[in-house]
Design a protein around this ligand. Structure first.
Ligand code: CDT
Length: 344
């Protein structure tokens, strides 16, 4: 029995420090309506979708900094974000969207939420675990900074997969007593940007039988101070490499965890001089890209996927139950840094 789902990524072109929230939300609604015309049931928006990627800037004014943050408690009801969720509800499309989250005790997280249109509420929340970059700006005044470690706490909600209701007809429910895997409502997991480069998060989701990974991102096209300069590159070469690495990790990890993945970029030249890659894509459990953005602007990419396609990998090559050898993976959870073998 096919378990088909129509999914989309809503890539956003540049958003600037000076961009007005209403304009951004209006662009997001336009994208949502385009996705609706294609029949999408789920639309993924990028990381920190409502604002410029502000962690590239050193912001000393608390008031200014706070203007980039929202609260999960009010994200669906605050006047400057509510229209997006209202539209999703009206169109009957689930959305996942990233934003900078400020908690009541003043902590900051780089967060994404999953909003179920039928339920009319947020049913899952993820906080970015792998925060890239530095706490202090680079000494080089021309460097592209990534001050996520300054503005955010590392995510503390783990890699928690969740089922998405009302997307697939006849999905098996708890009351049916069915124990067989791959029969229920879709199993999804969220990650944010840099998380996609870390196999550990993917595997945590894989171990929960994840079928669709949702990943929004803001990836600089040229940031040698962040990435290293051993092989000097022109901005064009660096951007090509950044897109290559993006697709490499989406394709490779989707394959190794037998799941689909959807990724949505914020793309193009933000704040006058900071180029972000595009490359939003949808990949299959066999690692193939089946939809891909062609621009670095606002763009919908769309695919109809069949979650049944996850079964082959989950039951054969990557049947974790039969083939994993946890007694041999000790260092993975007890060690962070590298311990080399002793010198000869
Ligand atoms: N936003 C974000 O997480 N960006 C990171 C930069 C990595 S720098 C090595 C990314 O993974 O694209």
């Amino acid at each position: 029995m096919p378990r088909t789902l129509k999914v989309a990524a809503a890539q956003l072109g540049p958003i600037h420090l000076t961009s007005k929230r209403e304009e951004v939300v209006s662009r997001m609604i336009t994208l949502l309506r385009s996705a609706s015309k294609l029949g999408a049931q789920l639309v993924l928006f990028p990381e920190t979708a409502f604002t410029t990627f502000f962690p590239r800037h050193l912001i000393n004014s608390q008031e200014e900094l706070d203007s980039y943050f929202d609260s999960t408690d009010t994200i669906t009801s605050a006047p400057n974000t509510k229209p997006l969720f209202d539209e999703a509800k009206t169109l009957g499309i689930d959305i996942s969207v990233g934003f900078a989250e400020r908690t009541t005790d003043g902590k900051g997280y780089n967060t994404s939420v999953y909003f179920s249109a039928k339920k009319g509420e947020i049913i899952a929340k993820y906080r970015k675990v792998h925060l890239p970059g530095t706490k202090e700006p680079f000494a080089n005044p021309d460097a592209v900074n990534q001050l996520e470690k300054r503005y955010f706490e590392p995510g503390n909600l783990g890699f928690t997969a969740f089922r998405t209701p009302d997307l697939i007809p006849d999905a098996a429910k708890k009351r049916s007593g069915i124990k067989e895997h791959g029969k229920g409502d879709p199993i999804m997991g969220m990650m944010i940007c840099n998380d996609r480069r870390w196999a550990e998060g993917w595997r945590c989701y894989g171990l929960q039988g994840v079928e669709v990974i949702l990943c929004g991102y803001n990836t600089a096209g040229f940031a040698p101070d962040l990435w290293g300069t051993r092989k000097p590159m022109t901005p064009k070469e660096a951007e090509r490499d950044a897109v290559f690495h993006h697709k490499l990790v989406m394709q490779g990890n989707s394959y190794m965890n037998s799941c689909f993945s959807i990724s949505a970029a914020k793309a193009g030249m933000e704040d006058g001089k900071y180029d972000l890659i595009g490359g939003s894509c949808i990949t299959t459990p066999e690692g193939h890209v089946i939809a891909e953005a062609k621009t670095k602007d606002d763009e919908i990419i769309f695919a109809e996927i069949d979650l049944e396609d996850c079964r082959q990998g989950k039951e054969k090559t990557f049947d974790f139950d039969r083939h994993r050898r946890v007694d041999q993976y000790g260092p993975i959870t007890v060690q962070t840094g590298v311990v080399e073998p002793e010198l000869l």
